[in-house]
Write a protein that binds this ligand. Structure first.
Ligand SMILES: CC(C)(COP(=O)(O)OP(=O)(O)OC[C@H]1O[C@@H](n2cnc3c(N)ncnc32)[C@H](O)[C@@H]1OP(=O)(O)O)[C@@H](O)C(=O)NCCC(=O)NCCS
Length: 168
């Protein structure tokens, strides 16, 4: 993985997307790791080494967005990386159960896509389980379309879709 034009990112970054009441968006901070790892374990059923969050946050700091409640505790996050030039890959995206369907995911995605555009990205990609109908519907609303079927993509053997959205 390599970092593409990180310095330009800071200069051209779009103003933050206004969040509905009850939470706000900010960048990832090292002390967020336990809360973010908890959301990942519950929502994505994955258990990553804590060092992964630190190293990924350094790869593209502005691509790691956190939604925090009034006490500044993370209640959702979106982690994007830039492994291919001009392309932002959404590696992890989840909102705490109690906070779902309240606009947190929409706010995170809207801000993320604005940051991609500000950085001159041409497209955004992601992978999703075929069984994850709510997430597929969510992504379709953001004009992500299925671009590939990934057979046996997940560790339990489930197939995935790659979904892609061009950025105007
Ligand atoms: C996918 C996910 C991140 C979406 O987050 P979210 O905070 O629930 O997203 P939103 O609240 O912005 O939108 C979810 C739905 O609620 C609806 N909604 C938003 N605000 C609402 C409100 N105030 N009242 C009622 N419904 C609302 C939206 O219209 C949306 O509907 P749609 O998905 O059919 O388009 C979340 O469901 C999640 O964490 N899922 C588990 C992890 C996961 O699957 N991640 C993706 C892996 S690829």
């Amino acid at each position: 993985m390599r970092c593409i034009a990180e310095s330009v990112d800071r200069i051209r970054e779009a103003p933050p997307t206004p969040a509905p009441p009850g939470f706000s968006l900010r960048g990832f901070r090292p002390r967020d790791v336990p809360a973010v790892a908890g959301i990942v374990a519950d929502a994505l059923h994955e258990h990553y080494d804590t060092s992964l969050y630190h190293s990924l946050s350094q790869q593209w700091p502005s691509g790691f967005l956190v939604a925090a409640d009034r006490s500044d505790t993370p209640i959702g996050f979106l982690l994007g990386v830039t492994q291919v030039e001009g392309e932002a890959r959404i590696l992890m995206f989840a909102v705490e159960r109690d906070w779902r369907t309240r606009g947190v995911g929409t706010t995170l995605m809207t801000e993320f896509l604005a940051r991609c555009r500000a950085r001159g990205m041409r497209r955004s990609t992601l992978e999703v389980r075929l069984s994850n109908v709510p997430a597929i519907r969510f992504y379709a609303r953001f004009r992500f379309g299925v671009t590939d079927l990934l057979r046996g993509y997940y560790s339990d053997g489930e197939n995935g879709y790659q979904m892609t959205r061009d950025l105007p």
